[in-house]
Design a protein around this ligand. Structure first.
Ligand code: URP
Ligand code: ZN
Ligand code: ZN
Length: 476
């Protein structure tokens, strides 16, 4: 019902024909200058010197790159978590995404363990449909697994969700046990669904946290002591064992360190089907941020935690060499003023998350491309095309070719700016990157042919975003 309602909203809005001239088109395997003609929500022609027809909107992209719309494969917009609710809504979150060049969101649909999967799916759909200005889809959280849930998961896959999400962490909240893990992976294998996974050993986290608190170590800097790299590596090793024995296709979310990467690569070498995601936060921030005094470190508490700086080069090299497939944000915004302080006297109660949805692309360009760590093609691949391929969206998304959705980012590499919470669109009261310079930004962004950002400013339409149905693609 909800989806039908959205179709009604969207059908009242239409995109006028659009001509984008003189831009330098960059995809993972090509780079050339041409004009783009978009009509009826898709790219219909790519050519030299297309004459502007009457009635069309024309954008001059001279001196700018044109990238396929970026896709964030791991965000939380609606997230009841750790006794509070993440701050963004689909109105604010999709606006922030678009200003930052992200035209498709893949959100983790995370019903509580006590809730039905299908009811959870419908709740998340209600949050997004009719509100989102950009397109969206979900990874379906499997937060328990029994006969009833299995039937509901089959139904959710039929409705167009072809990826699951499981948590090996968050004991008592989203975490599942090994029997559930085994059965969920077997179902995924049967249905051709890829399983995304948060990998940390929850028993180790719980025991180490108790020990630290008992020793009076309560500050935000203890968070990373409670879940060191080996805790994540053990989670990856565990998932890889289950993936090997079930044959399921897996995707490790938010991989943060060398130890975890080594486990994933060892499994891949023996034939386990595994793709790897890292986050922009792990590429540019390190654990010293979470050690800042006066509770400032709470701004940087997330799980897995920020790591020792040496891991940054490991992750950049992993992206460059194709060992790591994607860069996400795991966007999870909690205010510093009145949500992070829930854990002022106990680091285990600090709501986990570092907001970054708006800044992912600008930071990846600044610290990846401009710093000489990634070439432009790899940049586009890890933040758009490879995401689309992994999650059954390609070539509708992640491509610049006739027939693809006209999701385009006209990116000005000459722009220079400073990140600040005062000017951001994300609905949260701080920026983890306050005062950081950026080199380049999206100057215009389109979603299925409709201009959603002009001169760096949001001009889109809440409700224009559509739920993207995806077919299972991971059989065999
Ligand atoms: O700290 C994090 N990552 N917060 C969001 C929930 C999750 O684990 O993805
Ligand atoms: Zn997670
Ligand atoms: Zn997450």
């Amino acid at each position: 019902m909800v989806v039908a309602g959205v179709a009604r909203v969207a059908s009242r809005i239409s995109s006028m024909p659009l001509l984008i001239k003189h831009g330098e088109i960059v995809t993972p395997d090509s780079r050339y200058t041409a004009d783009l003609w978009c009509e009826g929500e898709t790219i219909t022609r790519i050519d030299r010197d297309i004459a502007p027809p009457p009635g069309a909107e024309v954008i001059d992209a001279g001196g700018k790159y044109i990238f396929p719309g970026f896709i964030d494969p791991h965000v939380h917009i609606y997230l009841p978590f750790m006794g509070t609710l993440a701050k963004d809504t689909y109105e604010t979150g999709s606006k922030a995404a678009l200003v930052g060049g992200t035209t498709t969101l893949i959100e983790m649909c995370c019903p509580a363990r006590g809730d039905d999967a299908l009811a959870g799916f419908e709740t998340w759909m209600t949050q997004a449909a009719g509100r989102s200005a950009c397109d969206f889809t979900f990874h379906m959280g499997v937060t328990k697994f029994d006969g009833k849930t299995e039937g509901q998961l089959r139904e959710i896959v039929k409705r167009g969700v072809s990826s699951f999400k499981i948590f090996l962490a968050y004991k008592g909240a989203f975490g599942i046990d090994d029997t559930e893990l085994y059965r969920a992976l077997k179902l995924a294998r049967e249905l051709g669904v890829i399983v995304t996974a948060h990998c940390e050993n929850e028993t180790l986290v719980a025991e180490r946290s108790k020990e630290l608190l008992a020793a009076g170590k309560t500050d935000p800097g203890q968070h990373h002591e409670s879940r060191p790299p080996r805790v994540e590596a053990e989670g990856v090793h565990h998932l890889m064992t289950f993936a090997e024995l079930t044959g399921a296709a897996t995707y490790i979310v938010h991989l943060s360190c060398q130890e975890a990467l080594d486990e994933a690569l060892a499994a891949r070498r023996r034939g386990v089907r595994v793709a790897i995601e890292t986050l922009i936060q792990y590429l540019v921030l390190d654990k010293s941020c979470a050690e800042r005094p006066d509770f400032e470190g709470a701004k940087y508490v997330m799980s897995p935690p920020l790591r020792d700086k040496r891991n940054q080069e490991v992750l950049w090299n992993g992206l460059r060499d194709g060992l790591i497939q994607t860069v996400a944000t795991d966007h999870a915004p909690f205010d510093f003023a009145n949500q992070k302080p829930m854990g002022r006297d106990d680091f285990t109660k600090i709501p986990n998350g570092i907001p970054a949805l708006e800044e992912r692309i600008n930071l990846l360009h600044t610290h990846g491309v401009k710093a000489g760590r990634l070439d432009l093609h790899t940049f586009v691949n890890v933040a758009s095309t490879q995401v689309a391929k992994t999650f059954g969206l390609f070539p509708r998304k992640g491509a610049i070719q006739p027939g693809a959705d006209a999701d385009l980012v006209i990116f000005d590499p000459a722009y220079r700016g400073i990140i600040s919470a005062k000017t951001q669109s994300m609905n949260v009261d701080y920026s983890a990157f306050e005062g950081w310079p950026i080199e380049g930004r999206p100057s215009a962004v389109t979603v299925r042919g409709q201009v959603a950002v002009r001169d760096g400013r949001f001009v889109g339409t809440p409700g224009w975003g559509r739920f993207l149905q995806r077919e299972p693609t991971h059989f065999g």
